[in-house]
Ligand binder design. Structure first.
Ligand SMILES: [Zn+2]
Length: 571
């Protein structure tokens, strides 16, 4: 009885994240999948390094039935028992405690293959055929195999899948061999270091559109569709030919993986998931008609953008999801701007920013960064703030720091954290300005700052209500300059004050509270403003319910977004 109590005391299951002291190095996963069946089976071998001796090792697993377990140390097999806890964890207890150093955890299991789920491994029927897909982000890889399922754990993945004859299988890396006997064994090359949440596989009688080779490394591109739908794949393949080289040029780093497959998911499912080498999309988003090529380029620019921001460099934990989603959202708009004339630059980003600003001003606001303590909080990790406000903050940082210097800093950030993890502080450390206080105010608090600009002789006074410090960039007849508004009031000297637009390039995440006299001046100088500035001006006027006559001029703007916003009836 005493021994039993002692044993129980050792096995406290984790509550949310896995305990320190066990570092996975490699997951070897063998799967046997028949898409027509309601279950599948697998065998996971996970190489780990133990910082200390362990009597029990915790890892992630959900809805898995473990049929056999052991631990290998120095080539010797030690029998083990397993315990499922909290719906999210598997405790593996070897017959005798194991010392520090390397070990391998081996688990055989079976798991359900749901026809209704959209997360985890799931199957869908298209016509007469069943297909298997996966959506693991953020924490559903654990439904497919026992694993260390947190972004900080980046390991090599060596995956093989045994499928019925006539079926194909795809995963993140190229297939090394497909050996057929009574069934087909598809063995995939070991991956580079990646997190569990972006592991992916697909099984079924797919068709494949060869999209040729793209980018600096001649990366092979394919579009994978359910049988008979491959005719719709052409635009998606062409989009990659255009988008991939732009991203390689901007980041200064060639596409990080060996292949680039786009998979069309038939129905339901997440919008899109950026798994390295095997990006999944809702079919409607990927297989666009020839008349809508920009739509799929924009979507791919986001997902392929993640190959650097999110996959090559991964947020250290879920608090910093914006390092992935904010960047992918921002860089997609930036890459798409390359197709636009100068007066249309940033317009799509500012339209999106206006929506998040309105949300940020309302009751459902949410900080971009916040710490998660349990599974329920994690379920809302992919809310719109890390995406849209994250992207808007990057737009502001870029304008403040300067496009070239910002690009160089991001390149260095990617190089320094390549195949590893990063935090917001790691990003700040790469920036050529002291940005910590600005980033903290913007990322950790809610609300939209409001700036009032007042002229006092030769001095411009900037009064700020709301979060700060904040960079404010001003356009004047003598050019563009930026200041950091530390205090609620900042004085800018040496300004003639006869004409100032206090949000140059419309890049700042704040509103200007305009006065009528300033608007009278602006109305006579509208031709000095670019499209981004005119659109931002309209949105600011809308937010303050202005009825100033300048809106009449803006309602006739040559850019449809600006004219439309100016014509809308004030709320
Ligand atoms: Zn994304």
């Amino acid at each position: 009885m005493i021994a039993l109590l002692l044993f129980a005391a050792l096995s406290t299951p984790p509550e949310f994240t896995l305990p320190a002291g066990v570092t996975p190095r490699k997951h070897t996963i063998e799967l046997r999948i028949d898409p027509a069946a309601e279950t599948f089976s697998g065998f996971a071998k996970i190489d780990v390094t133990l910082a200390d001796g362990q009597s029990e090792i915790w890892l992630n697993g959900r809805d898995l039935t473990i049929t056999e377990a052991w631990v290998e140390v120095a080539g010797k097999r030690i029998a083990a028992t397993t315990e499922l806890a909290g719906g999210e964890f598997i405790g593996v207890t070897p017959e005798k405690p194991i010392g520090r150093g390397n070990a391998t955890i081996a688990l055989r299991y079976t798991a359900p293959l749901s026809a209704t789920a959209v997360a985890g491994p799931n199957r869908k029927k298209v016509g007469d055929d069943w297909y298997v897909f996966t959506t693991f982000t953020p924490t559903d890889a654990r439904r497919a195999f026992p694993c260390f399922d947190e972004p900080r754990f980046k390991t090599v993945w060596e995956i093989s899948i045994r499928v019925p004859l006539g079926q194909r299988a795809f995963s993140n890396s190229p297939e090394l061999l497909a050996k057929s006997g009574s069934n087909t064994l598809v063995q995939f090359a070991p991956t580079q270091l990646m997190s569990a949440e972006v592991v992916a596989f697909a099984v079924g009688p797919f068709d494949v559109w060869d999209g040729g080779k793209a980018g600096a490394k001649s990366t092979p591109v394919r579009v994978i569709t359910p049988k008979g739908e491959v005719d719709r794949a052409k635009e998606a393949a062409l989009a990659t030919q255009q988008v991939l080289p732009r991203l390689e040029k901007y980041t200064g780093i060639p596409y990080p993986w060996e292949k680039l497959d786009h998979v069309a998911l038939p129905q339901g499912a997440f919008g899109a998931v950026e798994n390295p080498g095997l990006i999944t999309y809702q079919a409607a988003g990927l297989l666009v008609p020839p008349a809508q090529p920009a739509r799929v380029r924009s979507l791919q620019a986001h997902e392929i953008g993640h190959q650097w921001f999110g996959n090559l460099v991964t947020q250290a934990d879920w608090t910093d999801v914006w390092l992935s989603e904010g960047f992918a959202t921002w860089i997609s708009a930036k890459m798409m701007d390359e197709e636009q004339p100068a007066d249309r630059r940033r317009l799509s980003a500012i339209v999106a920013r206006e929506r998040i600003m309105q949300a940020d001003e309302g009751p459902k606001t949410h900080p971009v960064r916040w710490e998660m303590h349990n599974r329920m909080e994690l379920d809302s990790v992919y809310n719109q703030f890390p995406y849209q406000k994250g992207a808007a903050i990057l737009l502001m940082l870029e304008a403040w720091i300067g496009e070239d210097r910002f690009q160089k800093a991001l390149h260095q950030y990617l190089v320094d954290h390549r195949l590893g993890n990063a935090t917001t502080h790691d990003l700040e450390a790469e920036l050529p300005v002291q940005a910590t206080a600005v980033m903290e105010s913007m990322l950790n608090s809610t609300g939209v700052p409001v700036i009032t600009a007042t002229c006092d002789g030769e001095t411009l006074l900037l009064d700020r209500i709301g979060p700060g410090p904040l960079p404010v960039c001003m356009k004047t007849p003598s050019g563009t300059s930026c200041v950091r508004t530390e205090q609620p009031r900042t004085q800018v000297t040496g300004n003639t004050c006869d004409w100032v637009y206090p949000n140059a390039d419309g890049a700042g995440y704040y509103r200007i509270a305009w006065k009528d006299a300033q608007l009278d001046t602006m109305a006579a100088s509208l031709d000095k403003l670019n499209g981004a500035e005119r659109l931002t001006l309209v949105y600011d006027l809308r937010a303050q319910h202005s009825q100033h006559l300048i809106l009449k001029k803006l309602a006739a703007d040559s850019q449809p977004e600006i004219a439309k916003a100016a014509q809308e009836t004030p709320k």
